[in-house]
Ligand binder design. Sequence first.
Ligand code: HEC
Ligand code: HEC
Length: 279
Amino acid sequence: MLFFDPILSEDSSISCASCHKPEFAFADNVPFSKGVHGQLGNRNTPSAMNVSSRDALFWDGRAATLEEQALGPITNPIEMNLPVAVAVKRLNRSRKYRNLFYSVYKTTPSSKTLASALAAFERTLETGNTPNDRWLNDEPNGMTTQQEHGREVFRTKGKCFECHFTPDFTGDEFRSIGLFNGKEFNDSGRYKITHNLADIGKVKVPGLRNVAVTAPYMHNGQFKTLREVIDYYDQPHLLVPDAINRDSLLLQPLGLTEQEKQDLEAFLHALTDDRFVKK
Ligand code: HEC
Ligand code: HEC
């Protein structure tokens, strides 16, 4: 209820779900989402699904737990812009929320119980009903032959599995695929938190569950389609020839054939949960 309630924003216009839209696997379908007063964010909104096993949250990993993460957007001036104390006061003024918090926590709303409730909801957003999961479990309705081929490309020639590994297709590491050059690509990512030069341009490897419904892609919303993502990985230097700190896995072009690109894209579609498949 809190996730969908604009009560947590300054002018009661924005809820968590304004940016994390359920129909797009709790991501947004624009490069940058709008917060209060129409302010544009500076990073792409990631999916809030399949986050229960993450070691770190946000592209730069600045929050260690979902509880710690949950209060961030509320106070963020370009997102919801509401001091947590004011949010808590509002919840305490609402008979509905006072009763609900009491029934769950046996106490009135506080910053701690607010964060706890939001995090508890997010932990329910796990999606495991995909062709890839069924294929792994030898169940019926698994992957097509093309998707199986795509999985091979993902594991071998494409090197994707080196960074995006199961079960959620992220090892929660910080890596750089080369979308930083200190000029037009200027989000230094993890470096902003650690101030360690080795981290410049690195971001948390995003999980890939439901990736077919969470376009546009990357921390900067750079790519509109999965095909654009695959073309980038095949030849990253074409878009960013002067990338700083691009991962050593991606220094040489992959040399994917047209067929391999199509198979890889088909495999990425095998990671979509049944609830998002249009009947
Ligand atoms: C104005 C848009 C906006 C609103 C409102 C918003 N978010 Fe986000 N959310 C984002 C963006 C953008 C990021 C990535 C920011 C970054 O990495 O610096 C993010 C990141 C996250 C993440 C991290 C996901 C990951 O894989 O690291 C979670 C979880 C999340 N938000 C939950 C919430 C919750 C809970 C709320 C409501 C209290 C909320 N968001 C409100 C835009 C929004
Ligand atoms: C060196 C580690 C690494 C390798 C190899 C790698 N990725 Fe990634 N992937 C990342 C990182 C890091 C990001 C986020 C980059 C950013 O936003 O700057 C990402 C982002 C993505 C995204 C966008 C997800 C989103 O929600 O925005 C897709 C899709 C993707 N990768 C697919 C692939 C495929 C397919 C391959 C193989 C051809 C691959 N990746 C190889 C690390 C890697």
